[in-house]
Design a protein around this ligand. Sequence first.
Ligand code: FAD
Length: 413
Amino acid sequence: MEHFDVIIIGAGPAGSCAGAMLARAGKRVLCVEKQHFPRFSIGESLLPHCMEFLAAAGLEPALQQQAASQGFQFKNGAAFLKHDFRTAFDFTDKFSPGPGTTFQVKRAGFDKLLADAAEQQGLHIRYGVTVNDISYNANDEVVLAISDDKGEDYQLSAAFLLDASGFGRVLPRLLDLEVPSDFPVRQACFCHIRDGITDPRFDRNKILITVHSDYQDVWFWLIPFSDGSCSLGVVGKQQRFEPALPAGENLWRHVKQTPELAALLANATALNEVQTLTGYSANVRTLHGKKFALLGNAGEFLDPVFSSGVTIALRSAATAVPLVLRELAGEQPDWQQEYSKPLRKGIDTFRTFVTAWYDGRFQDVIFSERRNSGVTAMISAILAGYAWDTNNPYVAETERRLNVLREVCLDAE
Ligand code: FAD
């Protein structure tokens, strides 16, 4: 049986980042990935905070090189549209220190780029390999039952296991760690379009979030790419979609009901089939256990509205890796205090903002005409991914501050 210091399940952003960091620390690390890259993934708008983790893992130069050759769309903020009211947050004007710009990426190319760059740092990746089971041997090492797409079944062992399997959620399923998310079951219908947008108010350097004309809990993303195409998606509670209709009709029906967006997309043509994802929000009892930790979406996934998924995935990798190194060196890190608690702090900041988005409180703030510039910079920092910066009052006391701010915004109207 082959043995490794660490095995990582999944070569998405969390797996590649953790793998590169561990390989740079001289560890023998294997990543097992079920699919063959490039492969489609949703999650195309990054946040500036994630650039810090890509830099720490040595993956940023490859990304910048690709972006410079027109591969990725520069991103410096988020724009919002509700009826005919438009507003935007510039991430370079933010409260927290750190990068203020990032990219919008087609994930097939982006994930392959990161995985290849991680391999250059010394990570071994095996594609077409699925993890089916986990057990422990007499030395308390993790043993994984593997099958590959050539029909081979075999076992691998490791001193530590990182589950970065995303929506595959390998360990949560095998170890019965799953608990229901606090959020209702929502659905997303999405595709890539040739957008044909000529409206000069559309800023290709920003994601555009549009609120549905009739339902404040239904919203659209429009994520421009560098080649003149866009990712378009609609998100809402499952009941807002007609189960009998094809995904494409569900998407375009909602677009047509939202005149400002329909006008923006008047010349758009679909580049691929509309896909549907339902019930993607997920949670777990614990993010760690005997010789393992969960990274990124394999742990918790909240909601797509603030594009926080990849940033949380990369932050989880960067938080876990130093603890894995200490555990490999014979220490016993306190995973609850040093991993779960600090990681969940930022996730909880986003959770409060997501809840307030759907119940309308945060929309009242975003679409207020009287936002003061200091507060705007604090909100901008969170939207840029800096949801762990407790110097920001909206991180330190999210719920209370947000409620007070909303009252102030409503009074000012
Ligand atoms: P993934 O990127 O999902 O990678 C996991 C990998 O594990 C996959 O390659 C998979 O093939 C592999 N795998 C799975 N099972 C196994 C197995 N048994 N054995 C081996 N390998 C396995 N995030 C953003 O940051 N910005 C956005 O704009 C955004 N939009 C979103 C829109 C929607 C509708 C949804 C649902 C999510 C969105 N997200 C967004 C979230 C984003 O998709 C994820 O948070 C992000 O991809 C998580 O990265 P990861 O590395 O944890 O997992």
